[in-house]
Ligand binder design. Structure first.
Ligand code: PAF
Length: 292
């Protein structure tokens, strides 16, 4: 029987490994949610998903410097550890792992992980070093936490595809579960960066979801041309002058390879700027093979 829940807060990787191993020795299964903190409902829903997936839950809070390029917002990335810990406690997480940069990377760290062919497309075109930073930190977190289940958000679909590939290639013994994207009432996907938007920008940003929803509905009505779906998205986003679309793509959901016709598991990812804030979103669809 599991003892009553108390949220442990640990920053030492060895203490985390010891605690998780003790749970596993007792036969408890462990689910892990890696985060950069500044929790919103999207994070909370991943933590709830973790609770459903296993007996014990671990959440990490670490703003990972290696996934930010020098010109990006590492220093100003929103942080509120006190509030995050309260939310994690309220949700009954068993362990919050809050490592320091030194604990994660020491002072001589030079090892990198590249998930080739997946890290340099879509988001990777604008953020060429981002996914190798994500891959190395998640690999290190998996080695520390040794979870049975890793919970990732569908909102960062490319990140999930890359991490799933890395997990398979490196033989990590962990099952990946994806949590659905959580949206504001107007449809904007929740993101820590949304706090940077003014009310007017927030309203404008909803066009991204409107465009994706129109694309999804058009596919449901039978459209199979990727070019026409991308054009539809571009036209829709152009209606909102405060939003600049970076890309709209139609790719295979498992390999991120470009598609000209929609068939099978398809991902439609988009990215755009509202002021200086970069936002991403996507829909994933299973498209039946056409009879033609
Ligand atoms: O999605 C995130 O918040 C981060 O990329 C992750 C997976 C926690 C790695 O730092």
């Amino acid at each position: 029987m599991t003892s009553p829940r108390r949220t442990r807060v640990l920053s030492d990787p060895r203490a985390v490994r010891r605690q998780v191993r003790a749970w596993r020795t007792r036969g408890d299964r462990v689910a892990f949610v890696p985060t950069m903190g500044y929790f919103h409902d999207g994070h909370l829903s991943l933590m709830r998903r973790a609770r459903r997936a296993a007996d014990r839950t671990v959440v990490s809070i670490f703003v990972n410097p290696t996934q930010f390029a020098p010109n990006e917002d590492f220093a100003t990335y929103p942080r509120d550890l006190k509030r995050d810990l309260k939310l994690a406690r309220d949700l009954g997480m068993d362990l919050c792992f809050t490592p320091s940069e030194k604990a994660m990377y020491g002072s001589r760290h030079v090892t990198e992980i590249h998930v080739q062919g997946l890290e340099d497309v879509l988001e990777g075109k604008t953020r060429p070093t981002h996914f190798s930073g994500v891959a190395i930190v998640v690999a290190k977190l998996l080695l520390i936490v040794e979870p049975d289940v890793l919970v990732l958000g569908q909102k960062d679909a490319q990140q999930a595809v890359i991490l799933e590939r890395m997990i398979e290639d490196l033989g990590f013994s962990v099952r990946v579960v994806r949590g659905a994207t959580v949206r504001e009432p107007g449809g904007l996907a929740l993101s820590s960066r949304n706090t940077r938007l003014t009310d007017r920008q927030r309203e404008a940003a909803r066009v991204l979801w409107r465009a994706l929803r129109r694309a999804r509905d058009t596919v449901k009505q039978g459209e199979r041309s990727a070019a026409r779906i991308k054009n539809l998205i571009r036209r829709e986003v152009r209606k909102e002058s405060m939003v600049r679309l970076d890309y709209a793509a139609v790719v295979r959901a498992d390999t991120l390879a470009d598609l000209s016709r929609l068939e099978g598991r398809v991902l439609i990812p988009i990215a755009g700027y509202v002021g200086g804030t970069r936002l991403i979103d996507n829909v994933e669809l299973t498209v039946p093979r056409s009879r033609r």
